[in-house]
Design a protein around this ligand. Structure first.
Ligand SMILES: Nc1nc2c(c(=O)[nH]1)N[C@H]1C(S)=C(S)[C@@H](COP(=O)(O)O)O[C@H]1N2
Ligand SMILES: [Mo]
Length: 405
């Protein structure tokens, strides 16, 4: 399980310092329309945010950058310079690898403070390809509108992550009997005094999974500072709110987590709710459901009447491997779902996979067609939005209309 260009040796020897050059000075480029139904839909793009190219600016400080959907046409691995960015609080703009420590404490046998060298040598080096997706991805498409960052669908990316297992790092301190959760915090602190720090926790059985990592590399490059240099958590199949960046504290909890970002936010209803409902039961948003997108054609594109039409896209199984993708909607074959061909399974269950389908002949407009992914646990994309007040975990079938000419 090795082979990435960034070996643990390189991590130790060469990680140096990561700094972010003057992001506030990023130049703005052309506008892009995110197709958001409930509010302002146009966003500026920036050609030259440090370490990025061609991103959609949702906010400069702290950075919220979204990838244009065209990025997903190019491949199933998202290049680092097109990977979306999200920070809740201002991020440190310089981090020195040599000074970095990860404190492991709480319900442990022996609290320890680990250097990058200690982390890199804590266990076997592991690589995994996994989709990093914000729990609020696509929130801006909610109808009725909800509060929070008005993302289109570009707050997702797929990368190869390299690191060691979180469980091997925990073993350095020794998890105490009866421990329940593992809390994770990074170097970023709140802007306003008294506001809660962005800390998250995962159940112990998740933390002990073989594929949950403390990662130092992303697509064979040291983690860029925007993505959490020098270390971040990777929880394949789970929303990225748990993928804590600039990891500096690991705290084993003997009980439940009452902290703000676990007990009060990043939660969604366990029952059907409608706008205005209050006091419904909620649970933390955790595992990702399946999703898929048509990437070959944009909404409103013109196609040739009387000719065959090939549609292509990407899909993800979420917390389980992808099982199938179907084309659904009027005009896609008499109302019956049309099975699509899946591309190679090159990167494992937590990565994007390509799909394609050829319709023998376009006979008229293809109205509201969409792709529908199903994973191996039988979870499918719903026909209608499952509305929730924070717009979390959007996975409704995304539909487009193609005009035949
Ligand atoms: N330290 C830290 N880690 C964090 C966050 C944060 O604000 N601070 N935001 C989380 C959320 S909500 C998301 S969507 C992802 C975004 O990861 P990315 O910027 O690498 O795409 O980071 C997660 N990890
Ligand atoms: Mo997020």
């Amino acid at each position: 399980m090795s082979g990435g260009r960034l070996s643990r040796r390189a991590l130790i020897a060469g990680a140096g310092t990561a700094a972010l050059a003057a992001p506030a000075l990023a130049k703005l480029g052309g506008m892009i329309d995110l197709g958001l139904p409930g509010g302002p839909s146009l966003r500026p793009t920036t050609p030259d945010f440090p370490g990025k190219q061609g991103m959609i600016v949702q906010r400069i400080r702290p950075p919220l950058l979204e990838a244009p959907m065209a990025v997903f046409r190019e491949g199933v691995i998202t290049p680092n310079d097109r990977h979306f960015v999200r920070w809740n609080w201002p991020m440190p703009t310089e981090v020195k690898a040599a000074d970095h420590r990860v404190a492991v404490g709480g319900a442990v046998k022996q609290p320890v403070s680990l250097t990058l060298d200690d982390i890199a040598s804590a266990g076997e080096q592991v690589e995994i390809v996994a989709i990093n997706q914000c729990a609020g991805n696509g929130r801006g498409l909610s109808e009725p509108r909800v509060t929070g960052t008005q993302w289109g669908n570009g707050a997702m990316a797929c990368a190869k992550w390299t690191g060691v297992r979180l469980k091997d790092v925990l073993a350095k301190a020794g998890v105490a009997e009866g421990a329940k959760r593992v809390r994770l915090a990074g170097l970023d602190v709140p802007l306003t005094e008294g506001a809660p720090q962005f800390i998250k926790s995962i159940p112990l059985d998740i933390a002990m999974r073989d594929d949950v990592l403390v990662a130092w590399a992303m697509n064979d490059e040291p983690l860029p500072i925007l993505h959490g240099f020098p270390l971040r958590i990777v929880v394949p199949g789970w929303f990225s709110t748990y993928w804590v960046k600039m990891l500096s504290t690991i705290e084993v909890l003997a009980g439940e987590d009452e902290s703000h970002y676990v007990a009060e936010t990043y939660r969604w209803p366990t029952v059907a709710v409608k706008p205005g409902d209050k006091d419904f039961p909620t649970v933390p948003i955790t595992a990702m459901p399946p999703r898929s997108f048509i990437t070959s054609h944009a909404d409103g594109a013109v196609v040739r009447k009387g000719e065959p039409l090939t549609l292509e896209g990407i899909a993800m199984g979420g917390n389980a491997a992808l099982a199938k993708v179907e084309l659904v909607g009027a005009g896609s074959g008499g109302g019956e779902p049309v099975p699509c061909t899946l591309g190679p399974d090159d990167h494992g269950p937590y990565a994007f996979r390509r799909w394609s389908v050829t319709l023998p002949q376009v006979s008229g407009d293809l109205v509201e067609i969409g792709s529908k992914a199903t994973n191996r646990e039988g979870a499918s994309q719903p026909d209608a939005l499952v509305w929730n007040p924070s717009g979390y975990a959007r996975n409704v079938i995304e539909r487009i209309t193609l005009r035949a000419q």
